[in-house]
Design a protein around this ligand. Structure first.
Ligand code: NAD
Length: 259
């Protein structure tokens, strides 16, 4: 039980990568908060993980200051503390830059960057008061390191998370709060399933070619990364004991991007 007695808040945990992280953390003994826009799905996930004193579903739009602060206050009310934050909620919108609507650009930056800032700030306030450290994990992407066409705000925001993690690592060190970024390659979640036909349309190629020649072309073995692969990396960061591992980013992508 690598996370016994820990309380972990995972945003966007009602689906995909976040859901698997919530499962993995719960299996390692953590009390897990599934904070998601979709309250019904968050509550269903919490019930799957044992409900009541083991897992909690909380309604949270990470772009809304009041909802983030209220959600974190609820975590403290129910579980008494917060030790781990996984800032994971995210969406994807693909379009060439010249056609990108300003509203959609701002929506993307709000979810990925405002969401990371607001949840970090809310968690830090409690972690600093508790006085026994914490772990903040950002869900970056290979797009935190590398660019692809059609993804201007996503690439911009995911690069930005690395900067935020480095600042949190420096400010948090005195309080034993660590901050790190996971950078997955393509994982077959609803976020990616939606993108396959959209990219096929934008690029004028078949869906099979999007998978083979866009998503997996640069991997060493033509394989998708899995939710379990990403959850294993999250557990590694969450359970690491000292400030030796902070301000870092770890690429989990079947070699698509090599540092
Ligand atoms: P997903 O669509 O399966 O799950 C995303 C979850 O986030 C959903 O439950 C959704 O309700 C929630 N959400 C969306 N907007 C929200 C908001 N404003 N506030 C709170 N919750 C919100 O997606 P996923 O693939 O599991 O993606 C999770 C994270 O992983 C994202 O940050 C994504 O950018 C990142 N990522 C995904 C991949 C991939 O290939 N799937 C690769 C690299 C990084």
């Amino acid at each position: 039980m690598r996370l016994a007695n820990k309380v972990a808040v995972v945003t966007g945990a009602a689906s995909g990568i976040g859901k698997e992280i919530a499962r993995t953390f719960a299996a390692e003994g953590a009390k897990v908060v599934i904070a998601d826009l979709d309250l019904k799905a968050a509550q269903a996930t919490a019930a799957e993980l044992g409900g009541a004193d083991k897992a909690l579903g909380v309604a949270m739009d990470v772009t809304q200051e009041d909802q983030v602060d209220a959600g974190m206050a609820k975590v403290i009310e129910v579980f008494g503390r917060v030790d781990i934050l996984v800032s994971n909620a995210g969406i994807q919108i693909v379009s060439p830059l010249q056609d990108f609507s300003f509203a959609k650009w701002k929506q993307m930056l709000a979810i990925h960057l405002d969401g990371a800032f607001l949840t970090t700030r809310a968690a830090l306030r409690y972690m600093y008061k508790q006085g026994d450290g914490g772990s903040i994990i950002y869900m970056g992407s290979v797009h935190s390191k590398e660019a692809s066409p059609l993804k201007a705000p996503y690439v911009t925001a995911k690069h930005g998370l690395i900067g935020l993690a480095k600042v949190v690592a420096k400010e948090g060190a005195a309080h034993k709060v660590r901050a790190n970024v996971i950078c997955p390659g393509f994982v077959r979640t609803p976020l990616v399933e939606k993108q396959i036909p959209e990219q096929a349309k934008e690029l004028g190629i078949s869906e099979a070619d999007v998978v083979k020649n866009v998503m997996l072309k640069e991997t060493v073995d033509g394989e998708f990364t899995t939710v379990q692969d990403v959850a294993a990396a999250a557990l590694f960061f969450a359970s690491f004991e000292s400030n030796a591992l902070t301000g870092q980013s770890l690429v989990v992508s079947h070699g698509w991007f090599m540092q």
